[in-house]
Design a protein around this ligand. Structure first.
Ligand SMILES: *Cc1c(COP(=O)(O)O)cnc(C)c1O
Length: 385
């Protein structure tokens, strides 16, 4: 019955998010490591919380429904989710990543998995059709994000999935920036979807969590085995908070998108701004492709201040918009990619990638859009040289 529900109803009613024992409408926090067994091998389906915990099971069954998946797993962070996923591979395997994957993901592959001889190559072409020739006989997977940080580049999930299928490799999409409300990569043929649930799914900047979903039976079994073997699982308390956050995902994402489009339009007409990156803007080069696979532009935008404005002054001049790492929460956050998320990339390479010193990334919250516009405008005026 629940399969026929609209996404907004699934957020509230899908998965095991109530309690059959007491009728509680919220899944309780099962703060326990172990479960009593009546006799040898006789138990109620729970033995040890690393393997299975009812509160974590709640959020796992919920994300499974929301991404239209068959299997779902919850982890202690987005990085734990990615590390567990990458543990599917073995020495000698090669993974292709797109050049603009999340910095932590690059570090994990470049500095950790490379020690286990899991090699990577970076695909830098804009033209995805060239990917097919880029895949070698060692390639086992491609890992990417769309839209990607911080320039919000968009690639076709359908096109990458079909190339991956043809070549017999896995495609893994980090769907953090969109959330399952805006984009469902499995529908377009992706094999595995990963989320940093710290961002939009949690939505309130009050927890760190990661999620992984897939459809394939064998993959699901292997990921479940790895989750239990590695043990980087989400705790019951955070599972509860995450379920609570997810209930309002649709409302929040609608507001994030509405506010972001409003600010993107404002900034693109502003005399102090030389460029705005937002796939929800009709004038954005990614607009058509993005809107084929996503419901709207989402809550992330980047823009470039002209050289006659001092970006450092701008960053200390906002009033309600906060300078901080992270994104996807109810409050608006500013980030300076050149010195924060992309600081480890040498300046010359960074400039070639389009990450100028004057590039500003904004995670637009759900505050009143006029207040946000006024705050941005005032900070820009103060930054004028
Ligand atoms: C934040 C983030 C991650 C890492 O997630 P954590 O929850 O911080 O471990 C991975 N991918 C993307 C796109 C992110 O924004």
């Amino acid at each position: 019955m629940k399969e026929n529900l609209a996404f907004e109803s699934l957020l509230i009613h899908a998965g095991k998010t109530t309690d059959s024992l007491t009728g509680a409408v919220n899944r309780p926090i099962y703060q326990t490591s172990t479960f009593k067994q009546k006799a040898l091998g006789e138990h109620l389906g729970y033995e040890y919380s690393r393997t299975k915990n009812p509160t974590r099971e709640g959020v796992e069954s919920l994300i499974t429904a929301l991404e239209g998946a068959k299997f779902g797993f919850a982890f202690a962070s987005g990085m734990a989710a990615l590390a567990t996923t990458l543990s599917l591979f073995k020495s000698g395997d090669e993974i292709i990543i797109l050049s603009n994957v999340y910095g932590g993901t690059f570090r994990l592959i470049d500095k950790v998995f490379s020690n286990f001889n899991i090699i990577y190559r970076i695909f830098e072409e804009k033209d995805i059709s060239k990917l097919e020739d880029f895949i070698s006989n060692k390639t086992k997977a491609i890992l990417y994000e769309t839209p990607a940080n911080p320039l919000l580049n968009v690639v076709s999930i359908e096109q990458i999935s079909s190339i991956a299928k043809k070549k017999g490799i896995l495609s893994i999409v980090d769907n953090t920036f969109m959330s399952p409300y805006l984009q469902n990569p499995l529908k377009f043929g992706a094999d595995i979807v990963v989320h940093s649930a710290t961002k939009y799914l949690g939505g309130h900047s009050d927890l760190v969590a990661g999620l992984v979903v897939c459809n394939d039976e064998l993959l699901g079994e292997r990921l479940g085995f790895l989750q239990n073997s590695i043990g980087a699982v989400l705790a019951p308390n955070d599972s509860f908070l995450l379920i609570r956050g997810i209930k309002t995902l649709a409302l929040r994402m609608q507001r994030h998108s509405e506010n972001t489009l409003f600010l993107a339009e404002f900034l693109s007409k502003h005399e102090a701004v030389s460029k705005v990156y937002y796939p929800g803007l009709k004038s954005d080069e990614n607009y058509t492709l993005h809107n084929k696979q996503a419901k709207s532009g989402g809550g992330m935008l980047s823009f470039v201040l002209k050289k006659n404005y001092d970006y450092k002054t701008f960053f200390k001049s906002t009033n309600i918009i906060t300078l901080a790492e992270s994104l996807g929460g109810v409050e608006s956050l500013l980030c300076h990619p050149a010195s924060m998320t992309h600081a480890s990339i040498p300046r010359e390479i960074r400039l070639k990638m389009g990450i100028e010193d004057e590039l500003i990334r904004l995670s637009v919250g759900i505050e009143d859009k006029e207040d946000l516009k006024a705050d941005l405008n005032e900070a820009i005026q103060r930054a004028k040289l």
